[in-house]
Write a protein that binds this ligand. Structure first.
Ligand code: NAD
Ligand code: UGA
Length: 458
């Protein structure tokens, strides 16, 4: 069958997989291929058990796979056969050399640019899907300008705003699609081609176009603003705990101001995920690079408050439990960085687990989707760690429970039964404020929420 467009995505991760699945689902007239250097990951995309858990993803992948959606590790053929190439490779924080700990590590991205250059024998549109520092598209254009066989490349910026756990919904009904293009005839032509893809399901007024640099910067700024809201409410949660104010009441009162809005005001043990910290640090690095140290300091504090919140949580556990955790069993409810995903990258649970293990506690981790990743994250950490999907098993004989992820299942467990199976006095530290604290207190638990007065029997 002849398809109207042939689209490739390089990078079959949390962004590449779902994004391309939605394009294939919404545009049966296009052939969509996804390639990755990680052959094991590609094999999983082609299997019954997809490599990532995302509500709604299985259904659309299984419908389109083999029809107009294909997963492969043959990158060179992918590049040859497609005219529009999305690049969605990982861009972690650089861990070495200049900018270590802040700048984006662009090695995967540059390798991809060179592969595109090596295998292309016709003109292509390259779409930056990965989150990249400002001016990366320009650097990519420079690498691609070296083509020896006359192939020409137009680089667009099209950052992705999906959040894990709601990725399919976010892709189907995006608040906006952002496309950055150069203001040249070929740049605008390429932009229009990408706009045409999205108009298959996104209302035209939600597709916004800007220059390339605004697009690249807007992605970093959107994440910085979101993370800043979490750090803002978390900083106030510390004050609430000192003053007997209730963070939920404060968040409600503040969020009802329509200028502020009520979303992203849930106090927590801290934000996690692969992007908030890395993107803010990237922004901080850019600001410092341009000599804007006050601006850099301002944003860096969003990350500092997040670390402070995690530290505060771990220290409160220690001080509340009589300043010793040695030999005590502690159940962690959830290990994913948020509910409805198996992703544990930068999860606050990793930090808390390590802190507890350093205090010689025994840690029992339970999570419905993230145990495989949790095991991998903690494989080199000394100490006793148990893993089980069953929260009742995880809590048996424990001295404390700490809620790390806001999975719905933890709201409605039989806490009477759990209390009876635990050691006394029994503690609950609710790092997500999802439990019924009064009820737990009545059962006999000593309850420590975030940003609210604790309920103790002492
Ligand atoms: P990921 O690590 O899940 O996936 C990246 C994939 O790229 C990996 O499977 C890796 O094997 C592959 N890869 C690396 N180099 C390659 C190469 N040279 N050729 C082929 N494949 C290669 O990462 P992710 O979470 O999908 O994020 C990708 C990008 O999207 C990042 O820049 C991230 O900041 C951005 N982003 C992520 C999210 C999210 O929710 N995870 C949301 C928006 C934007
Ligand atoms: C975030 C952004 O929301 C996406 O728009 C963006 O595309 C993505 O980063 C990215 O660039 O990777 P994600 O990290 O998947 O998405 O999930 P969020 O829902 O933003 O949550 C991030 C963290 O903040 C989680 O740990 C979550 O539990 C925490 N959070 C969120 C809170 O603690 N309180 C809140 O009120 C909201």
């Amino acid at each position: 069958m002849k398809f109207k467009k042939n689209i490739l995505c390089i990078g079959a991760g949390y962004v590449g997989g779902p994004t391309m699945a939605v394009i294939a689902h919404k545009c049966p007239q296009y052939k969509v291929s996804v390639v990755d250097i990680n052959s094991a990951r590609i094999a999983e995309w082609n299997s019954e058990t997809l490599p990532i858990y995302e509500p709604g993803l299985d259904e659309i992948v299984k419908k389109a796979r083999g029809k107009n959606l294909f997963f492969s590790d043959d990158i060179s053929t992918g590049i040859v056969e497609n005219d529009i190439i999305f690049v969605s490779v990982n861009t972690p924080t650089k861990e070495f050399g200049v900018g270590a700990g802040q700048a984006a590590d662009l090695q995967y991205w540059e390798k991809t640019a060179r592969q595109i250059l090596q295998f292309s024998d016709s003109d292509k549109i390259i779409v930056e899907k990965s989150t990249l520092p400002v001016k990366t598209a320009q650097a990519m254009e420079r690498i691609l300008a070296d083509s020896t066989n006359g192939a020409r490349f137009e680089v667009l910026s099209n950052p992705e705003f999906l959040a894990e756990g709601t990725a399919i919904n976010d892709l189907l009904y995006p608040d906006r699609v952002l496309i950055g293009a150069s203001d040249t005839e070929s740049g605008l032509q390429a932009r229009d081609e990408l706009v045409e893809i999205y108009t298959n399901w996104v209302p035209r007024e939600r597709i916004i176009t800007t220059n390339v640099w605004s697009s690249e910067l807007s992605k970093l700024v959107a994440n910085a603003f979101l993370a800043q809201r979490v750090s803002s409410i978390n900083s106030i949660s510390a004050l609430c705990e000192k003053t007997d104010a209730d963070i939920n009441e404060v968040a409600m009162a503040v969020g009802m101001d329509s200028r502020i809005g009520n979303r992203f005001l849930n106090a927590s043990v801290g934000f996690g995920g692969s992007c908030f910290k890395k993107d803010i640090l990237n922004l901080v690095y850019l600001c410092r690079h341009y000599g804007l140290s006050e601006v850099a300091d301002y944003w860096e504090n969003v990350v500092r408050i997040n670390q402070y919140q995690k530290d505060r949580f771990a220290l409160q556990m220690l001080s509340t439990m009589f300043n010793t955790l040695s030999g005590k069993r502690i159940a962690l409810f959830g290990f994913a960085f948020k509910a409805d995903t198996g992703d544990t990258r930068e999860s606050p649970a990793t930090c808390i687990a390590k802190r507890l293990l350093a205090e010689q506690a025994e840690v029992c981790i339970t999570d419905p989707k993230a145990l495989r990743n949790a095991q991998n994250d903690l494989k080199d950490v000394d100490g006793k760690v148990h893993y089980t999907e069953d929260p009742y098993e995880a809590t048996e004989g424990c001295h404390a429970i700490a809620v790390m992820t806001e999975w719905d299942i933890y709201r409605d467990l039989n806490y009477e039964k759990i209390y009876r199976s635990m050691a006394n006095p029994a503690f609950i530290f609710d790092g997500r404020n999802i439990l019924d604290h009064e009820k737990l207190f009545e059962i006999g638990f000593n309850v420590f929420p975030i940003g609210k007065p604790s309920l103790t029997h002492f």
